[in-house]
Design a binder for this molecule. Structure first.
Ligand code: NAD
Ligand code: ZN
Length: 360
């Protein structure tokens, strides 16, 4: 078992990574000064697999524990679903010290976190992320949100959990495609922050894809460490945190152009990272061999580098609607060398369009 400490100055919490974490969860909930009613939020897939074991654990620890199942998928990240959870929370008599537990992927984590941040102006929040993406990305950093019909993640908050428990065994039931999705964000951490980590991923690809537990624990641990380091320097996203957006400008455009139906997030990020690598090369920041390194790595982990059903015009219009575009300008995160990125604005439209034509 390994740990990552997230230290935000005013508050800090621990991420625990390992297997058989039952005892750790029990000890944590018993030591915290929580009220005795707990609300677990999960989706039908994850809740069916792991819900009962968690409820039993909480009940044995003396809690009155209830679970709410939401429909798997992005549509559950809505104010309507959140409203249903508020109703249940009020009916159950949850008070300001009653914890809300997220048991699921990023959808459940974002939704449950949003409810925890807003119900009674904030109640304790525990994350048990069960997808690889949720373990290395969405459960770390404190961003919680629901979607609005006019855009993703538009209604949200920064709200840190009290603790995060990541059980590696749960990844065994995760579909392969979801494993690759998480790996895209893991590759991102290597590119933006840690060249040695990038090489490690390359050298251990087979073991990673076989979900070998020591290797898996290492890459999840290092990913959480990198995200925690970046976030602790810039919790509210005014500076350094932008580097986490590497590959995401194009990814969001691809997701929106394909109505979120063709690619899942990690796949869109993979294509976006390849595009950002090509743009970095065209601007003379990196050598063509670096672009090849990025491309080979993505392909090794079964990730796409080209987006079907997109047009240059569509993608180009879309990048200006991104949440991270400020005053109509796109801030690109580009590679300086593997392990180091920089930002740049005012890149010539023609160059951006040229790269877009190469990734469709
Ligand atoms: P998800 O929550 O939809 O999970 C993917 C699928 O895997 C679902 O069908 C789910 O039921 C299933 N699943 C999850 N764990 C499983 C397990 N152990 N066994 C079997 N099936 C399992 O999607 P996701 O990729 O985990 O997260 C995507 C969401 O995360 C998006 O809404 C995105 O906006 C959000 N996100 C948030 C942040 C943040 O900082 N808050 C960062 C990145 C992504
Ligand atoms: Zn992402």
């Amino acid at each position: 078992m390994c740990k990552v400490m997230v230290d935000l100055g005013t508050e800090s919490y621990e991420i625990l990574i390992g297997t058989k974490l039952t005892e750790n969860i029990r000890t944590f909930v018993l030591q915290a000064s929580f009220s005795k009613t707990v609300l677990v939020i999960s989706d039908n897939n994850v809740g069916t697999l792991y819900g009962n074991a968690l409820l039993d654990l909480l009940k044995q620890a003396g809690f009155q524990a209830e679970i709410i199942f939401v429909v798997p998928g992005e549509s559950s990240k809505s104010l309507t679903v959140a409203d249903g959870i508020y109703t249940k929370a009020i009916e159950l008599g949850l008070d300001r010290k009653s914890p809300i537990v997220a048991l699921g992927g990023g959808v459940v984590g974002d939704l449950a976190g949003f409810v925890a941040a807003t119900y009674m102006r904030g109640v304790p929040f525990i994350q048990i992320p069960t997808s690889l993406l949720a373990q290395v990305d969405s459960s770390v950093g404190g961003k919680v949100a629901v979607n609005h019909r006019l855009g993703k993640n538009l209604i949200g908050a920064f709200y840190q959990p009290s603790a995060v428990f990541m059980d590696l065994d749960m990844l065994k039931t995760l579909p392969n495609r979801e494993i690759y999705t998480g790996l895209a964000e893991i590759i991102k951490y290597g590119i933006i922050y840690d060249q040695d980590f990038f090489s490690y991923l390359d050298q251990h690809a087979k073991k990673i894809l076989a979900l070998e537990s020591t290797v898996l624990a290492h890459i999840i641990h290092r990913s959480c460490e990198i995200k925690a380091e970046v976030v602790s320097q810039d919790e509210k996203e005014s500076g350094l945190r932008i580097i986490l957006n590497f590959g995401h400008t194009l990814a969001h455009a691809i997701e929106s152009e394909t109505n979120y139906e063709v690619y899942n997030h990690g796949e869109a990020v993979a294509i976006g990272m390849y595009g950002a690598a090509r743009l970095s090369w065209k601007l003379g920041l990196i050598h063509s061999t670096d672009v090849e390194l990025v491309k080979n790595m993505l392909e090794k982990f079964h990730l796409p580098i080209k987006a079907q059903q997109c047009t240059v015009d569509g993608l180009f219009k879309s990048i200006f609607h991104d949440k991270k575009a400020v005053n109509g300008k796109v801030k690109w995160v580009l590679i300086e060398s593997i392990g180091k990125v920089r930002t740049m604005t005012d890149i010539a439209d023609d160059l951006v369009k040229e790269v877009m034509s190469e990734i469709i």
